[in-house]
Design a protein. Structure first.
Length: 132
């Protein structure tokens, strides 16, 4: 049985690419918390048994996984999550090899979008099996 995870844009540093890149975000506690809300969600939305079962399978998958989050560019697991401070635009949880911090520069030229929809088929350890 395969499982799908929706990728919504988590980014981080890939040490092998030496670049800021999309990486997997693995949060087993968040999945457990969502599963614990089963009764409330059933009351509000009804018919959630399939989603709850999927979350249970995802929790099992994450608990069995031994590798770290992988880079979605080169598939290395030599990555670090990066989050930016809203006020300064600086990454406080990541220090580059040179000793500096990554920073978002808002040039106010408007949003730039270039998306190509790709589905990656991964095994339990996040290794690429196929692209669809």
């Amino acid at each position: 049985m395969g499982s799908s995870l929706r990728q919504g844009g988590p980014n981080g540093w890939c040490y092998d690419c030496t670049d800021y890149s999309s990486i997997e975000r693995i949060h087993p506690d968040a999945l457990r918390e969502k599963r614990a809300q089963k009764g409330w969600l059933r009351y509000q939305l009804g018919q959630l048994d399939n989603e709850i079962a999927e979350l249970g399978e995802l929790i099992k998958l994450v608990n069995r996984r031994s590798s770290k989050a992988r880079c979605l560019k080169c598939w290395s697991d030599n990555t670090a999550p990066v989050t930016f401070d809203a006020e300064s635009g600086t990454a406080q949880d990541f220090v580059h090899g040179c000793g500096g911090h990554l920073r978002i520069i808002h040039d106010h030229s408007g949003p730039r979008f270039h998306f190509r929809r790709t589905t990656y088929v991964l095994n339990e350890e996040g290794e690429l099996l196929a692209e669809e």
